[in-house]
Design a binder for this molecule. Structure first.
Ligand SMILES: [Zn+2]
Length: 393
């Protein structure tokens, strides 16, 4: 027998005495069925309730295809009649998100003709996919204003029951997806939807609706929004972050973002300038080491990045060096061996010997090798071997 779902007509009872109708399993987890229940089972994009049945913790509520409602618990209760408690903070939050979703979806439809294609009320954010390819902050502002003004009019939420024949007399925004008895949720002169979820008694209880982002999916827009206390918490952390960051820089909060944008541009400009100066410094150092007439260069640096070791080798070749062995012990032990195009040595033939000496990995071409040595000692050994080989000619 299908459980009696009392939340349909009464979304505000959170404490009741439950009679255990059955103990079983849902998806491999212990679960309890009650003769009648005010717990909401996950459906229609709204999450299931949490709470307690006697000493048992209710971790989820799910309805089977046969209409039976299973309260998923840590351990089944021992008694047949037990005090039950719906986690009211969680449920009321879901009611705020759900009622807010009706109000927002109707605002989208009324102001822009955008239909809600699907909705999911998540643990953190709620999401609706709408029949629009684009949305702007100006659209959002307009829609939020319309939706919130409707909330503040504090209109009642009216429930109707009908059937397949009776449903035609309602001009529904969202048609029913069930058969048999059909529940209609009405916000007078605003929205009519077939819906089995839990809603607040009046729109004022939703408090506020705020859109907090959107993305494009499948040619539609997916809007994220928050209602009630969730919107307050979100506003709180954004405000705290913004004000604290502005205070640190002795700025007004409204000037902070422009300041950070400018700072990022300056940083990019300075990084570019720094790279140019490093290149010039390296070229000067290479010219000094190569000398006149040009001599080969072998230099093992204590600290030099892999990129710099390579850039130094190339700068030495540009300055006229016939060959270069450029190495570094840290931050990574590396070895770069390079020769002028005119020099006859085949460096690739040297590779196996240098890999063995440095206990490293690497590769290259007849005129340039790069080796990552196993450690600093390996880099030193490889460096000495390369220098000796090239000095022999
Ligand atoms: Zn609903």
């Amino acid at each position: 027998m299908a459980s009696e779902r009392r939340y349909y007509d009464d979304g505000y009872t959170a404490s009741f005495t439950g009679k255990v109708a059955g103990v079983g399993e849902h998806d491999g987890r212990p679960a309890v069925e009650l003769e009648e229940s005010w717990f909401y089972p996950e459906s229609g994009g709204q999450l299931g309730d949490h709470g307690s049945i006697g000493e048992s913790r209710v971790q989820d509520v799910q309805a089977g295809a046969d209409g039976r409602v299973w309260h998923v618990v840590d351990t089944p209760p021992a008694a047949a009649e037990v005090p039950c408690e719906v986690d009211w903070a969680r449920r009321f939050d879901h009611m705020q998100q759900h009622t807010g979703q009706h109000v927002l979806s109707a605002a989208l439809e009324r102001a822009r003709g955008w239909a809600t294609l699907s909705s999911t009320l998540g643990e953190e954010r709620s999401v609706i996919e709408i029949s629009s390819a684009e949305v702007s902050w100006r659209d959002i502002e307009h829609l939020e204003t319309a939706a919130n003004r409707l909330l503040w009019e504090d209109r009642p939420i009216v429930l109707h029951w009908t059937d397949a024949a009776g449903v035609a007399r309602f001009a529904l925004r969202k048609p029913p997806q069930v058969e048999g008895r059909i529940r209609i949720v009405e916000i007078p002169d605003w929205d009519l939807s077939a819906c089995g979820g839990t809603h607040t008694r009046r729109t004022g209880e939703v408090g506020v609706i705020k859109v907090v982002g959107w993305e494009k999916v499948r040619g539609n827009v997916r809007l994220s929004f928050l209602c009630g206390e969730r919107a307050l918490r979100d506003h709180a952390w954004r405000t705290e972050s913004l004000l604290e960051s502005a205070k640190k820089r002795t700025l007004k909060d409204r000037d902070l973002i422009a300041h950070l944008e400018r700072a990022a541009e300056e940083r990019d400009e300075l990084s570019k300038r720094l790279r140019e100066l490093q290149a010039r410094l390296l070229a000067d150092e290479a010219r000094a080491r190569v000398g006149t007439p040009p001599q080969p260069v072998a230099e093992l640096a204590e600290t030099r990045s892999r990129e710099e070791a390579r850039a130094f080798a190339l700068a030495c070749l540009s300055a006229g060096a016939p060959w270069v062995v450029s190495g570094a012990l840290a931050p990574e032990p590396v070895l770069v061996v390079a020769r002028a195009k005119s020099h006859p040595a085949d460096l690739k033939a040297l590779l196996p010997e240098l890999l063995a000496a440095s206990r490293g990995k690497g590769g290259g071409s007849p005129d340039q090798l790069q080796i990552a040595a196993a450690d600093a000692a390996g880099a030193s050994a490889g460096f000495e071997r390369a220098r000796a080989k090239l000095a022999q000619g």
